[in-house]
Design a protein around this ligand. Sequence first.
Ligand code: NAD
Length: 317
Amino acid sequence: MGGKAGDRLLRVLVTGGAGFIGSHIVELLIESGHSPVVVDNLSSGRKENVPQGVRFYGVDLVDPSLAEVFARERPEVVIHQAAQVSVSRSVREPLHDAQVNVLGTLNLLEQCRAYGTRKVVFASTAAVYGDPVRLPVDEEHPIAPASPYGVAKRAVEEYLRIYRELYGLDYTALRYANVYGPRQDAHGEGGVVAIFTHRIVRGEPIELHGDGEQTRDLVHVRDVARANIQALDRGGGECINASRQSETSINELARFLGTLVGREVEVTRVAPRPGDIRRSVLSNEKALRLLGWRPEIGLAEGLAETVEYEIATATPA
Ligand code: NAD
């Protein structure tokens, strides 16, 4: 059966498993026959996102009681999604960002070391590259994060490299492009698809920063979840992009969503966001080569599903 490490079922601990991407990973782990457990402090995640029957620990990453979870569960693999996810909050509160994203992760890695976890699959980000100097951005592209969030994610990649060297803890860091799909929070800042869909479905205007010709590489959350499953036993010691390698402008996205919802989209033009990246597209050639992964969900299909989900879950005004 595909997705199992050497056809063995694995005990997998998913941090952030009550969140957007983490909950899709938990579902796919179950489908693939593995046994996930979840650690999540519910700061942005929701308990309802965790499938019935999955053991849930409402523990903070930075808390010493994380050791008790490891003592009980002894995970073979940790899929680490929990994070302070807001780039703008990291700019306002770099210390808090580092407390969760660096020190919280170190607390987790120390538990992995103490309890003999074999591998960590880490949710890294395209933000480690900063403003691209060439496109598509491959993994050899210069690293120049433009926010404390990106610096912290990069720091974790380096800690992972050194933990592998010093303590033999294997890892794969997946550098996600812009992930979208059902269950994404529309009130956060990163999820342009979630924010637009939420507003368009309710007939509210959307805010477009600058000329709207800035581009993003939009990858569906189930494709990203599948990359995590593929990395359970592949891609050791590597940082690998998880992207669709396809550029979509914000204007195109707004038009597309308007068509899917079946209404004229009202657009409010606002000033460009300082530091906003103009074009973003990540190569996914390394993921194909090392993980045997390529995205399978096209934008039309993925957006249609996201719109349907939003309509189904929208509370009538
Ligand atoms: P999310 O906010 O839905 O998920 C994060 C989860 O982590 C939440 O359930 C939250 O409650 C939990 N969490 C936060 N701080 C915690 C703590 N201190 N202890 C325990 N749990 C904690 O966000 P997401 O979009 O699903 O992001 C998942 C991961 O992917 C994050 O590491 C994020 O940085 C990374 N990422 C996301 C994107 C994207 O486009 N969504 C892009 C690049 C990288």
